[in-house]
Ligand binder design. Structure first.
Ligand code: KG4
Ligand code: ZN
Length: 367
């Protein structure tokens, strides 16, 4: 099967074509072409994604992105067997652009159309990585950390996802982005804070580790942002010399990383699972990787998709769409509507999950 994927839920306009042999498995998928147009520069001035600008940029770029993708893959629309498009969650203007284009192609080529949950794409993205090391296989725990989401799942198989927890307010990427703005650093905030934290003292400021005292796998980051604001007001109204800024950035980053690592390890422990996938933009953070490696220490195998697959792309959407088309027919174009808010629980089983008591008494309580 040859599947076209389209992604336009946030600030990347992306198209990709993948091929999976008949009867093939997830890991057999090959990327024939993959194009991502990043709108980073269009939003950098504002310190975050401006929805109106994003929608317009998607409209401007999607034609060129598609043309380039067909050209790179040496594939004509008539050779496609299906179209997968991000249906949500995300910015509604961008989603509508992707849906309109996907519907047009599916109608013209008379092929199945399928709407994909953006986070299912992230979840399956590592299966596209062609690595010589041991490839990822089910089951695994997934920590999905991006600008819009912070989610923990137990992934037992294709479309067999158990919801463990998610953020109750800001996403972890948002905590980095908003934190960077408060610190007067650039956008996107994650890499900026990571850079500023270099050489800083991680223990300089005892930022709170929110939700660590809860037995649930939920996260919360908005209080941490407030704590940073208060801290900066206390320290010379935010006008910090570089070495102080490095300390604040390092301490802030450490508070975020500690929370992620603790909950991810607790989830692996709870699910008796020896594999942990970390996907989404925040997965690029080196301190997070370092701390996870320390805690996993051979007991838990860690998987990070290559950077190009970690950030938003359409190959992962095509793969998730391929999976859906294996088990159900495509949807009628009239019924496919954008879902700006689409709780991940709707594609998961939700089981009451709380942490095991032994974990609660672990040394993490001291941080
Ligand atoms: O997954 P992604 O590329 O886009 C979506 O949000 O879907 O994630 C973007 C987020 C931004 O909030 C950015 O600040 C964060 O990922 N990020 C990082 C790093 N690189 C990107 N956060 C921490 N450390 C990084 N090195
Ligand atoms: Zn994403």
């Amino acid at each position: 099967m040859i599947i076209l994927g389209l992604e336009s839920s946030c600030d990347e306009t992306a198209a990709a074509i993948i091929e999976v042999e008949d009867g093939g498995r997830l890991g057999d998928a090959r990327i024939l072409a993959d194009t991502v147009w990043s709108q980073l520069e269009e939003h950098a001035l504002y310190g975050g994604v401006v929805p109106e600008l994003a929608s317009r940029a998607h409209i401007r770029h999607i034609g060129a992105v598609l043309t380039e993708t067909f050209k790179k893959g040496a594939i004509a629309p008539t050779q496609l067997d299906g179209v997968a498009v991000t249906q949500g969650p995300g910015l509604v203007g961008g989603l509508l652009v992707g849906l309109a284009v996907a519907k047009g192609i599916a109608l013209a080529a008379d092929i199945p159309l399928v709407g994909v949950h953006h986070m299912e794409g992230h979840l399956l993205s590592p299966f596209l990585a062609k690595t010589t090391a041991a490839p990822l296989d089910f089951p695994f725990v997934a920590l999905l950390v991006s600008g819009g989401h912070t989610i923990l799942l137990h992934v037992r198989g294709l479309q067999d996802y158990v919801f463990l927890g998610q953020t109750r307010d800001d996403a972890v990427g948002e905590a980095f982005d908003k934190g960077a703005r408060l610190l007067g650093l650039g956008y996107p905030g994650g890499p900026a804070i990571e850079k500023a934290a270099g050489g800083g003292n991680r223990k300089a400021i005892p930022f709170p580790r929110i939700m660590l005292d809860k037995k649930r796998f939920d996260f919360s980051f908005s209080g941490l942002k407030t704590a940073l604001k208060v801290q900066l007001q206390r320290q010379q109204g935010g006008e910090l010399p570089d070495h102080d800024r490095a300390d604040v950035a390092a301490s802030y980053q450490e508070a975020i990383v500690d929370t992620l690592v603790f909950k991810a390890m607790a989830a692996c422990h709870q699910c008796r699972c020896g594999r942990l996938l970390v996907a989404g933009g925040v997965g690029a953070n080196q301190r997070l990787r370092e701390r996870l490696a320390e805690e996993a220490s051979g007991r838990i195998a860690l998987y990070f998709p290559p950077m190009a697959l970690c950030t938003d792309n359409a190959a992962m959407i095509a793969l998730a769409g391929w999976g859906r088309l294996q088990r159900q027919p495509g949807v009628h174009w009239e019924t496919l509507d954008a879902r700006a808010r689409w709780p991940i629980q709707e594609i998961c089983r939700v089981e009451p999950s709380t942490m095991d008591p032994p974990f609660l008494s672990s040394r993490y309580w001291e941080c």
